[in-house]
Design a protein around this ligand. Sequence first.
Ligand code: HEM
Ligand SMILES: *[C@@H]1O[C@H](CO)[C@@H](O)[C@H](O)[C@H]1NC(C)=O
Ligand SMILES: *[C@@H]1O[C@H](CO)[C@@H](O)[C@H](O)[C@H]1NC(C)=O
Ligand SMILES: *[C@@H]1O[C@H](CO)[C@@H](O)[C@H](O)[C@H]1NC(C)=O
Ligand SMILES: *[C@@H]1O[C@H](CO)[C@@H](O)[C@H](O)[C@H]1NC(C)=O
Ligand SMILES: CC(=O)N[C@H]1CO[C@H](CO)[C@@H](O)[C@@H]1O
Length: 333
Amino acid sequence: MASRPLSSSRMINMGVAAALVLSAAAMAAGLEMDFYSSTCPHVEQIVKEEMVEILKEAPTLAGPLLRLHFHDCFVRGCDGSVLLDSTPTSTAEKDATPNLTLRGFGSVQRIKDRLEKACPGTVSCADILALMARDAVVLARGPSWPVALGRRDGRVSIANETNQLPPPTANFTTLVQMFAAKGLGVKDLVVLSGGHTLGTAHCNLFSDRLYNFTGANNLADVDPALDATYLTRLRSRCRSLADNTTLNEMDPGSFLSFDASYYRLVAKRRGLFHSDAALLTDPATRAYVQRQATGLFADEFFRDFANSMVKMSTIDVLTGAQGEIRNKCYLVN
Ligand code: HEM
Ligand SMILES: *[C@@H]1O[C@H](CO)[C@@H](O)[C@H](O)[C@H]1NC(C)=O
Ligand SMILES: *[C@@H]1O[C@H](CO)[C@@H](O)[C@H](O)[C@H]1NC(C)=O
Ligand SMILES: *[C@@H]1O[C@H](CO)[C@@H](O)[C@H](O)[C@H]1NC(C)=O
Ligand SMILES: *[C@@H]1O[C@H](CO)[C@@H](O)[C@H](O)[C@H]1NC(C)=O
Ligand SMILES: CC(=O)N[C@H]1CO[C@H](CO)[C@@H](O)[C@@H]1O
């Protein structure tokens, strides 16, 4: 892994060439911009309208809906497997540890129901998730990107395959390996981590940094990579290691809006997870964090995020005659 700064002019030029690269990636994956143009011409508009309503009713769902797409794509590709319920013979991804904190399933089905009325048996749940994630970011005042369509829904969801999702305790090496396993690079890692500008996290997913970090079991036993003032604040919210109910804004004060302030936090050693802090341990990702922390290059972050989301949205997609178009997103046909 080169330690060349990721924000070099070469990367910026790549941003300019993005539209071409994007359509190439989508086409290589077998997806098309106008996939439903004759079978469900208003699909994007319908999803958008419903998303406006959903976020009006529950603004905090923007983060969870973005995260659902990430969890879908990292396990068996973007095939809607994260949406399936467990069956008597198989425990689904949904019921595995990393997914216990997922939200937004009802909203996905709400949009699916509306699309089933407009164009029965046509639009996959995997495509719906990809569109919802994009619209969630746009409605949170973040960037937009083209979502090529034609994903098919998988018929399989296996709980233990969620071990392909990076845990919040992951160090830089592990993060890079887990992203590489999905065809994503170091730049995608530092850029997509910026998704943590939205949403909340449960205390127990980071409280190991606040208490008993090395097992010494005293109040001074904390993660040295965490800013001391921030640590005190987090401790007053998360009272114990066992607290798995209290929620904490990941980007305090602006957790409903998509912006580059995540990087300002990380640069100040106020990233919430070990995985966020780990971006400071590598020269290339640290340079990106510090550049974005200046607040002067948000447009660049927006372009980068759009590019990386297009890549993530095409991981191992099912197309053509593969998989199926589910009738209900939580059940195989
Ligand atoms: C780099 C590795 C990553 C790790 C280790 C990680 C880990 C986590 C964890 C532990 C949570 C807290 C869940 C909770 O307590 O409810 C979370 C939340 C979240 N993650 Fe990540 N994540 C990663 C990458 C991503 C990516 C690539 C995206 C999307 C582009 C993303 C978007 C989100 C969002 C939006 C939330 C907030 C969800 C909510 O409000 O309920 N994360 N992440
Ligand atoms: C995951 O679960 C499947 C079936 O549910 C099982 O066959 C497989 O051995 C498990 N793998 C691991 C690593 O636990
Ligand atoms: C990163 O974490 C992995 C898995 O926990 C561990 O094996 C490895 O030694 C760690 N690497 C560094 C550099 O700390
Ligand atoms: C702190 O960690 C040590 C070593 O892992 C463990 O024995 C002890 O029970 C922990 N204390 C608390 C309060 O969890
Ligand atoms: C939270 O912790 C309690 C008590 O330790 C446990 O019973 C419960 O299952 C946990 N909930 C989740 C969502 O992990
Ligand atoms: C959101 C969701 O479906 N959560 C489920 C996760 O798994 C537990 C059981 O392990 C279910 O009770 C939750 O409903």
